[in-house]
Design a protein around this ligand. Structure first.
Ligand code: NAD
Ligand code: MG
Length: 412
């Protein structure tokens, strides 16, 4: 890279995206440096990463892990400073400790740190899609006001970013805005864009009917055919809620209504998404299913840098198939479109109920089909109200969690 070295905070460093991000960072020792590493609770895994990457700061969310982190860093003779909790993370992300933030915490737990990175005008490599679903307008507006540039780290949205000139312009203007020059263009301007085609692998249960899905286990649900990911997003892929969350994510990132977003099941997972323009052109981005490509785009843009991912041999793959999603077997996708259309607090309620339901499914407290049932029930019980503030969204999130937990209790 010819740009100055980036100091990177990796939030969710022990997870699937965090691991991929650190792999790309390690390939560019002169241009990228991991200065902050944050994780939820796995102190040993975080310590091992600190030994390998020598960050200035390490943050553990769970207070019970703080002493072990501090002592472990000391025993290893590392100068890394130990911190704990969300407040410490928000402070670090907002400080000079980093100029680039990989937001890869799973779930609504990532909202405060993601918002802080946006407020502080950082380059934000945004994998934590739940924060966009929960507070997308606020997050995009915050980034616009601070001049932060968001590069989506979801393979579909990263593909769209690579195909959409207006999205790239915002990143190109980011440097200028930080040095007091031009403000980035507002995300609401996507001239000539007709619609977005989001591809979906279909998950491990593609082709099954609703009646086939009653008895599926967490092990089967997390065994994704194409991507290796954390447990929550893997279950979301199996229910198609992941694609529903991504529809809402695309709406916020690219300022398009749900009526201009179409989902196509593409089992090979090689075409990561497409954009159609008013002149009849359709652009797509293709590549092997490996998140290091999206991360390298995020770190390097507008330059292209090595990611460790090989090129695509289309002759070896042979064919690309596309199908319509089955909304009867996978109602979560329909529920997400409905929540987006309802607006206000509905997407926050959808997201919170889904997080509770997925966690209960992974703990074997409910069956697979109870996930959409709980989300639908929670949306019906908590009709949308205007999402006037962050406090209103957090309140909706908390109410939805409580409602979904109670409903699970009643089922037991
Ligand atoms: P994961 O479960 O593998 O990792 C989650 C990380 O978050 C872990 O490091 C964990 O310690 C950390 N964490 C959890 N709770 C925390 C808290 N309260 N505070 C601080 N850290 C916390 O998940 P993943 O698959 O890497 O996904 C991370 C995010 O990226 C999710 O929002 C997911 O939807 C998104 N995403 C992932 C992929 C993928 O390929 N894995 C693709 C697209 C988007
Ligand atoms: Mg995705």
């Amino acid at each position: 890279m010819t740009t100055p070295a980036r100091n990177v905070a990796v939030l969710g460093a022990t997870g699937s995206i965090g691991t991929s991000a650190l792999d790309v960072i390690a390939r560019h020792g002169d241009a990228l440096r991991a200065t902050v590493l944050a994780a939820g609770g796995k102190v040993d895994a975080l310590l091992a990463l600190c030994e390998r990457h020598r960050p200035d700061h390490a943050v553990i969310a769970d207070p019970a892990g703080f002493a072990a982190l501090r002592d472990g860093l000391h025993e290893r003779g590392l100068a890394t400073v130990a911190h704990c909790g969300d407040e410490a993370l928000v402070e670090l992300v907002s400080s000079d400790a980093c100029d680039t933030v990989v937001a890869a915490i799973v779930g609504a737990a990532g909202l405060s740190s993601t918002l802080a990175a946006a407020r502080a005008g950082k380059r934000l490599l945004l994998a934590n899609k739940e924060s966009l679903v929960l507070a997308g307008e606020l997050l995009m507006q915050t980034a616009h006001e601070s001049g932060a540039c968001i590069v989506p780290i979801d393979s579909e949205h990263n593909a769209i970013f690579q195909c959409l000139p207006a999205a790239q312009l915002r990143v190109a203007q980011h440097g200028a805005a930080q040095t007091g020059g031009a403000q980035p263009v507002h995300p609401a301007s996507q001239p000539g864009l007709k619609r977005i085609l989001l591809t979906a692998s279909g998950g491990p249960f593609r082709g099954r009917t609703r009646s086939d899905l009653g008895q599926v286990t967490p092990e089967q649900a997390v065994a994704h055919p194409k991507w290796s990911m954390g447990p929550k997003i893997s279950v979301d892929s199996a229910t198609l809620m992941n694609k529903g969350l991504e529809v809402i994510e695309a709406h916020h990132l690219f300022a398009v209504g749900g009526d201009r977003i179409e989902v196509l099941v593409h089992p090979q997972s090689l075409v990561h998404s497409l954009v159609e323009f008013v002149d009849g052109s359709t652009l797509a981005q293709l590549g092997l299913p490996d998140m290091r490509t999206a991360l390298a785009v995020g770190f390097g843009w507008p330059e292209r840098i090595e990611s460790g991912v090989g090129g695509l041999d289309l002759l070896a793959h042979g064919r690309l198939d596309f199908e319509r999603p089955d909304l009867d077997a996978f109602p979560c996708l329909r529920l997400a479109f409905e929540a987006l259309a309802a607006g206000g607090t509905a997407p926050a309620v959808l997201n919170a109920a889904n997080e509770v339901a997925v966690s209960a499914f992974l703990q074997r407290r409910i069956g697979f089909l109870a996930i959409p049932a709980l989300v639908e029930d929670t949306l019906a019980a908590l009709p949308s109200t205007p999402a006037s503030s962050l406090a209103a969204l957090r309140e909706a999130d908390a109410l939805a969690r409580r409602h979904a937990e109670q409903a699970i209790g009643q089922r037991a």
